[in-house]
Ligand binder design. Structure first.
Ligand code: COA
Length: 379
């Protein structure tokens, strides 16, 4: 067999494709979508503008943005059959439900049989709207409520919170959630996006690529970490002191356990998304009269930085941010998908536009070749 050059484990530092969507500099802590720094976008943009940017590689004009907002609003209502299916599925992990329901959406998509670039653009918009509706409705049903019809007047973030809670959110909550969506929208070749691109490279349909991405996002090393962070904080206790949090995490480190929400394959400095989420966690916690989660989180952050030289990643402070917004822990990772669907679809469309099958090689480390076949009766 010809020698195959082997990359580092986990494809670390391997450049696997070219992409015009996301710029990452892990040493300087830079994240930019199509050249626009994440700090600028977090301060000034809306999630809808970011969707347009990721899909079209430029910011929309006012008319283009209005058009996209209308398309998203029109695509929000879930097909009746999906609502019926939601009621029949057994209650369970939110990501499992989201995976199944996203797959089911493919059956009812009006462009299901059309793989043209125009149809795929429409499907990207539709999926972005529908995944928001799915996750909000899942949250509603988990809490024992019935589905709430979307409000076409509201923006994406406000409509999500409205469909989740049944109440029109205030400006501060809406902006906080909008910023969280902006921060999670894309992150280059993260595991779920890579999974989506590998699937897209076979020229399968867009729903299939997104189902694969949702499966990858669920894992605790990826999007599942935000729920694990909150479980850790809850394990420490709602009224616990930062000292108690330090004690619990110190014991975990001594047992060589990984602390969710820390470390990153690409960043060797502060994750620029964590900068915003830390501030949001602090501000929203104070306003909600629950400053304890932030205080505990901050102490854990200091400890893990001192002991392990690891920085907080996007998942660490998003946990306490969502919690004080009143969102159930089981929805944290599905909410990651509500945002990342924009990046996933942008990457899938980019892959379709300039495709070659992704088919790497493996270093063979099995039994020596050739082995002599021994019939079963002689083994
Ligand atoms: C994100 C992550 C998967 C990156 O993984 P990676 O680049 O493969 O790094 P590794 O898992 O090989 O970790 C390298 C070293 O740091 C340690 N480490 C990494 N993340 C750690 C964490 N969160 N807590 C404690 N130790 C950690 C590992 O134990 C390992 O130590 P060792 O060399 O003594 O064995 C990893 O940091 C992690 O599991 N973090 C927790 C889950 C999480 O927050 N995921 C969301 C990422 S946005």
């Amino acid at each position: 067999m010809a020698t195959v050059e082997k990359p580092k484990a986990g494809l670390e530092d391997t450049v696997a494709t070219s992409s015009a969507i996301c710029y990452l500099d892990g040493d300087r802590g830079v994240l930019a979508y199509c050249g626009y720094d994440i700090h600028d976008l977090a301060q000034k943009a809306t999630f809808e503008e970011v969707c347009y940017l990721l899909w079209h590689r430029r910011l929309p004009t006012r008319a283009e943005l209005g058009d996209l907002q209308s398309q998203l609003a029109a695509a929000r209502p879930l097909p009746e059959a999906i609502l019926r299916l939601m009621k029949t599925l057994p209650a369970g992990n939110g990501m499992d439900l989201l995976r199944t329901l996203t797959s089911a959406l493919g059956h009812y998509d009006p462009d299901a049989a059309d793989q043209s670039p125009q149809a795929n653009d429409r499907k990207a918009v539709r999926l972005t709207a529908q995944i928001g509706s799915l996750v909000a409705t899942l949250g509603r049903m988990n809490a024992g409520g019935g589905p709430i019809a979307p409000d076409p007047v509201l923006g994406h973030a406000a409509n999500f919170l409205y469909m989740l809670t049944g109440e029109r959110p205030g400006g501060l909550q809406t902006r906080a959630f909008d910023v969280a969506l902006i921060l999670h929208a894309d992150h280059e070749l993260n595991a779920s996006t890579f999974a989506a691109r590998v699937a897209a490279a076979t020229l399968t349909d867009i729903h299939s690529t997104i189902v694969g991405a949702i499966g990858a996002l669920k894992g605790p090393l990826h999007g599942g970490a935000n729920a694990d962070v909150m479980k850790l904080l809850l394990e420490v206790g709602a009224d616990a002191s930062p000292d108690k949090a330090e004690e619990v995490v110190r014991a975990k480190l001594a047992r060589k356990e990984k602390i969710p929400g820390f470390g990153h394959r690409v960043y060797h400095t502060e994750d620029p998304r964590a900068t915003h989420l830390r501030q949001m966690s602090k501000d929203l916690g104070q306003r909600a009269g629950q400053p304890g989660w932030f205080a505990m989180s901050q102490r854990i952050e200091q400890l893990v930085k001192t002991e392990k030289k690891l920085y907080a990643n996007v998942d660490f402070y998003s946990a306490s941010t969502y919690y004080v917004l009143g969102i159930a822990v089981d929805l944290f990772t599905p909410i990651f998908a509500v945002s990342r669907i924009s990046g996933w679809t942008a990457h899938v469309l980019e892959q379709y536009a300039n495709n070659r099958l992704i088919r790497p090689r493996a270093e063979y480390v099995g039994p020596e070749y050739p082995q002599r076949y021994i019939p079963v009766e002689a083994r």
